[in-house]
Structures are given as C-alpha cells and as structure tokens.
Design a protein around this ligand. Structure first.
Ligand code: NAP
Length: 287
C-alpha cells in the first residue's frame, strides 16, 4: 500500500502595516531551520481597510496561520471565530491559527512577558506587592494581565493620557489603579517592579524622561522596548542596583506558541536565537 503524499509545507506569516521592521521572520526561520522542519514564515503588509477580509481568506491564501501586529490586533480579535480566554480578557489577538478550518486567536504577549521575567529575573513575582506600569496601550494591557496572573498585589498604571490609564484600571478591577505621571517619584519607593510599556525610549521616539531616584535596590525594572536593547531606563536602573530585563525576551517568548500551532513543535528560546536577533538589531541600529 502506498503512503499518502505529504501535504504542502505549512506557511505562516506576520501581518502588519507597516511590517518590514518585524523580526518575527528571523525568529521563526531560525526555529524551522534548527528543528529541521519544512515550512516558511513571511511578511504581509496589509492596510487596516483590507485586514478583516485578508484574515477571513487566510487559508485560501495558503497560510496555516499568522501573527498580527500593529495596528491590527484589536481587529484580529473581532475577526477570529474562537478566541482563547486570554484573548477574550484583553480583546486583543496577536496569534491566529486554524482548528478544523475554524479561525482561532490567542494573545501570547501575556505569556511572553511573564516567561521573559521568569527566565531573566527568576523569583521576580515572589511576594511582589506593588508594580508600576508606564503606559496604557496594547502592551500595557497584556503586561498588567501577566502581573495579575502572577499574583502581584497591586498594579499602578501611569500614562500621559490619564483617561486611558483610568479606563485600563477599570477594565481590570480593584487590584489595578491609575495615577498621574507626575506621581512616579512618590510611588517608586514602594515598587517591587517597574515596567515601561510606552514606546518612549525606542529608537526614533522621544526619550523616556523619568528619574529613578527612590527606586529600591533589588527592584526589577523591565522595558517593552527592545530597540535599543539597553534603553537609558535599564541602564539607570542597573546603576541603582535594580535587576533589569530587556524587551527582547518578551518578543522571543511570545513567538513560541504560534510556532507550535503552525509547525507542530514547541520551540525553545535559546541563547543562539537571542544572539541572532541581537546581531540583527545591532546591524540595523548600530549603537
Ligand atoms: P500603543 O498601544 O500605541 O501605546 C503606546 C503607549 O505609549 C501609550 O501609553 C502612549 O500614551 C505612550 N506614549 C507614546 N508616545 C508618548 C509620548 N510622547 N509621551 C508619553 N507617552 C507616550 O503601543 P503598544 O502596542 O502598547 O506598544 C508600546 C511599546 O511596547 C512599543 O515600543 C512596542 O514596540 C513595545 N512592545 C514590545 C513588545 C515586546 O514583545 N517586547 C510587545 C508589544 C509591544 P498615550 O496613551 O498618552 O498616547
């Protein structure tokens, strides 16, 4: 009896607008190569107007799934047929795949954030009473969810636009409060954890102009920004005796579960993968 012919190699992609900056193809390409799997991962630049119909026709376009990045994550949530509890909790989807032809969506930024801290600041959540989160956008929402999942007692959100911080606090309930951006210096002394979830400090964006005076040595400071890898925030935090975690770990860890859905193996975030992406960042943004 002859064996059934193998199907076509699975294809996945990242969908964004723009998308050429994305390092996801590098990450997934590395895993495909090192695991010796057939498959490919590309980029699709799709406008907001075209996105819903693009996603609905993903399978007809030959894809087994995709990652979704700015500005499509909320639209992806509205378009998938089945969303995980995590995606439903945030109303944001960044990873899409098919089960029996049905379009599923998840938010893997939450696990990406938590896994990155677990790997690079072990024990970070043990007894953590208070976390400060700068920013109230999509990244902040996933980060707050991750902090609450890991039983951080209280999360204070500070944002340029106060209303957005208050909306986010209401969304999560009584363990999350909003504060004014100017209150940071008073709040720092009680913080076990400080997270930058704004785009400030990223190459090409304004600096994150905050003083870390009062930060407790031993606090954990992490930045969602990963270009540059060592942001001025992390440099100052380290100088003050804090444990620091850069934003690249979150990017690498959020990618793993999508890969498993599309290509059938759960990949590892290894030092080799990190070195590959660091080299790429340094090539495109020399220090
Ligand atoms: P977003 O939804 O557009 O939110 C942007 C946030 O930055 C908002 O809180 C915004 O404040 C604040 N902000 C922007 N410009 C500002 C300024 N000039 N002054 C003060 N605040 C300013 O973006 P996002 O998706 O949350 O992404 C935020 C950052 O996280 C980006 O750098 C992104 O690359 C990074 N990120 C990293 C990962 C990772 O895996 N490491 C994952 C997701 C995102 P307002 O509300 O006042 O506008």
């Amino acid at each position: 009896m002859s064996e059934a012919a193998p199907g076509p190699a699975p294809r996945a992609c990242i969908v964004g607008w723009p998308v050429k900056h994305s390092r996801s193809p590098l990450i997934h390409g590395h895993w495909l190569e090192t695991l010796g799997l057939a498959g490919s991962y590309g980029r699709e630049e799709v406008s907001p107007e075209a996105f819903p119909s693009f996603l609905k026709t993903l399978q007809a376009r030959g894809y087994v799934g995709c990652n979704v990045t700015v500005p499509h994550k909320e639209a992806a949530y509205r378009t998938v047929e089945v969303a995980t509890d995590r995606a439903r909790a945030l109303e944001v989807v960044n990873t899409v795949w098919f089960e029996n032809g049905v379009l599923h969506g998840d938010n893997t930024d939450i696990v990406g954030f938590v896994s990155s801290l677990d790997a690079d600041a072990p024990g970070w959540a043990d007894g953590a009473g208070h976390a400060l989160v700068l920013g109230a956008g999509g990244a902040a929402r996933a980060i707050v969810a991750g902090l609450l999942d890991r039983q951080v007692g209280l999360v204070t959100v500070l944002n340029r636009t106060r209303d957005r911080a208050e909306t986010l606090a209401r969304f999560f309930g009584k363990r999350v409060q909003a504060a004014r951006w100017e209150d940071l210096s008073q709040l720092l002394h009680s913080a076990d954890l400080l997270v930058n979830a704004t785009s400030l400090g990223m190459t090409g964006q304004p600096a994150l102009d905050v003083s870390l005076e009062g930060l407790r040595p031993g606090a954990v400071v992490t930045d969602a920004v990963y270009v540059p890898l060592e942001t001025p925030l992390l440099r100052e935090a380290r100088a003050r005796g804090a444990r620091t975690v850069d934003g690249l770990g979150m990017l690498l860890h959020q990618a793993a579960s999508g890969f498993e859905h599309w290509f059938g193996r759960l990949p590892e975030v290894t030092p080799e993968l990190r070195a590959l992406v660091v080299a790429d960042i340094q090539k495109s943004h020399p220090a």
